[in-house]
Design a protein around this ligand. Structure first.
Ligand code: NAX
Length: 328
């Protein structure tokens, strides 16, 4: 039998954690033949709730789940970690300025980056879900100098999946018929969901839909503001869909993208498409053998250029702000 893969989940007692852990333990993260060992990290006040979730995980009798440990200390939680899912974060509360938000999250992601650097497995892969996800990933990455920068990623797969769903409805096709969707930039309202390179049944999606007004006034804002619409409808933020996207992100990273398709991941920029080197920005990426690569050579027209630049500028501002705060 295979050696279990160690997966650390932070914010394990939160609502995404609750939707995520059962899918990891049932084999959806890494595959139906890969045993997992869970390490859960929470703040001390939420450890008891995490213990409750662990009791339920026990009660599922998942054959692939080979153990669960719960921690309130990051150094211990990331010991030997192969896959780190950083979900816990400090939400923005009323009256909180952006600087306060970045600072509060720096207090979480700096020590977690240090802990990953100190104790994670050599092959560690990190996905940051907690917002502001791209910049939190940048903070963690900059405190893990011994871990290759490309192992730190942030989640835009939920935005990618939302874009697939919207386009499939508009075009009256299954999401499975759509390939090469792209989310560019920041996981925020400035993100740019790009259908100009997407394909529906092998044909260009933008040409197939041929409705620029829908694209500008419906598709892009609907995808970018979907998080707020879910809160409005559900009275709570996206949880099961966010967990599902996190599963997809890691599964694709580990198992590879299909031929003729790609996915969206926020990854450290090498300067591709004019995105400043070092920013953790969403790109079209292919994956193979546990490694990602930014898709090269796509033509970017003025419409797309302006939107990519706006989102990337926001990322640069966030980076400058956390630099000023001494967080990177
Ligand atoms: P919850 O507030 O339900 O859960 C967060 C959990 O994190 C809490 O249990 C809290 O105790 C824990 N936590 C706080 N600080 C911690 C620390 N230092 N170490 C370990 N655990 C800690 O939030 P939930 O709805 O689960 O959302 C989690 C994060 O995901 C939020 O930051 C949210 O904004 C973000 N999201 C990101 C998305 C994305 O696409 N990238 C989409 C969904 C979601 O909004």
């Amino acid at each position: 039998t295979r050696t279990p893969v160690t997966v650390t989940v932070t914010g394990a007692a939160g609502q995404i954690g609750y939707a995520l852990l059962f899918r990891i333990a049932s084999g959806h993260l890494l595959g139906a033949d890969v045993p997992v060992r869970l390490r859960l990290l929470e703040i001390p006040q939420a450890v008891k709730a995490a213990e409750g979730t662990a009791m339920e995980l026990d009660d599922c009798a998942f054959p692939l789940l080979s153990g669960i440990d719960i921690f309130d200390d990051a150094t211990a939680a990331f010991e030997g970690t192969n896959v780190a899912l950083l979900v816990g974060a400090r939400p923005r509360t009323k009256g909180m300025e952006r600087g306060d938000l970045l600072e509060a999250n720096g207090g979480i992601f700096k020590p977690q980056g240090e802990a990953i650097n100190a104790g994670a497995a050599d092959d560690v892969k990190v996905l940051v879900v907690g917002n502001p996800a791209n910049t939190n990933a940048l903070i963690a990455q900059s405190h893990a100098p011994d871990v290759p920068a490309e192992r730190f990623t942030a989640m835009t797969r939920l935005d990618h999946n939302r874009a697939l769903a919207q386009l499939s409805k508009k075009a009256g096709v299954s999401v499975a018929d759509i390939k090469k969707m792209t989310i560019w930039g920041n996981h925020s309202a400035t993100q740019y969901p790009d259908v100009f390179h997407a394909e529906i049944g092998g044909k260009n999606a933008a040409e197939t839909v041929n409705d620029q007004a829908w694209l500008e006034n419906d598709f892009i804002p609907t995808v970018a503001k979907r998080g707020a619409a879910i809160i409005e409808a559900r009275g709570a933020s996206s949880a099961a869909s966010a967990a599902s996207a996190a599963i997809d992100h890691v599964h694709t990273w580990v198992n590879g993208t299909a031929d003729g398709d790609w996915t969206s991941m926020a990854v450290v920029s090498d300067g591709s498409y004019g995105v400043p080197e070092g920013l953790i920005s969403s790109f079209p990426v292919t994956t193979e053998d546990g490694k990602w690569e930014i898709v090269q050579g796509l033509e970017i027209d003025d419409f797309s250029r302006a939107r990519i630049d706006a989102s990337v500028n926001e990322l640069a501002e966030e980076r400058d702000a956390v630099r000023k705060l001494g967080l990177i």
